[in-house]
Design a protein around this ligand. Sequence first.
Ligand code: NAD
Length: 259
Amino acid sequence: MTEGRLAGRVALVTGGGSGIGRAVVDRYVAEEARVGVLERDAERAAALVRDHGDRVAVEVGDVRTPAAHTASVARTLDVHGRLDVYVGNAGVYDYSARFEDLDAERIASGFTELFETNVLGYLLGVRAALPALRHSGGTVILTVSSSGLYAGGGGALYVASKHAVVGLVRQLAHELAPDVRVNGVAPGATRTALGGLSALGTAARRLEPDGLARHIPLGFVSDPADHAGLYTLLADPRDSRFMTGAVLPSDGGLEIRGT
Ligand code: NAD
């Protein structure tokens, strides 16, 4: 039997209880990594332990708080002994709230909730993981979005947050080279439970992306597992040791939509 591509490696995935994060956890475990997870939903956290047992070390907490990251890194190191791959992934969506429909108060509260999750959450996570990543010569992978590259896939808040994540990939790659590589994956429309914002009254909304297929050159909406291989490639230095500061689109060809 051949060894898994990530045998001996340890990863930490935020938002690993659902959607793209869960697909990454499942794939990493299948590739024989051991995985830490930071997830705010206790039921999803319990399901991870049920399905993967001692391959996962799950911390329930909110990525907007520094202490949650300290705790999840400490737990991952405690249980698995090292950290090679940090995947910042937990995120929320603005359900394409149109700028002109938002008054100043909702722009401010929506901004706080969305940027604290999608941008601050990544900054705090990488900061907490950095000493262990430096020690292992590890790598960072951030979930961007096609909204980090194009307009129209969200509202101003979400699109701005994902453009900010592209900035994080580039600046952190610049600062952390040559010790730690930093790259991003930019998925397009994906069937997940991506939630909205309490501040905009959309926290319980769920994506219904299937109608988007006609706007996608490859003609279909993706499943979370469709992106997981890219996270494996970026986690494995044998395949990606010359890559840093890159954002890999996985979006059915939005770049070649034409006019
Ligand atoms: P999802 O809701 O299925 O998964 C996100 C997970 O993050 C959930 O388990 C949720 O409980 C957790 N989470 C959310 N906020 C959190 C917080 N504050 N603290 C801790 N955990 C938190 O959604 P998904 O679509 O898999 O989203 C994952 C990432 O993918 C996000 O960054 C999202 O912006 C990005 N993305 C999604 C799509 C899509 O079409 N679904 C496309 C491009 C990018």
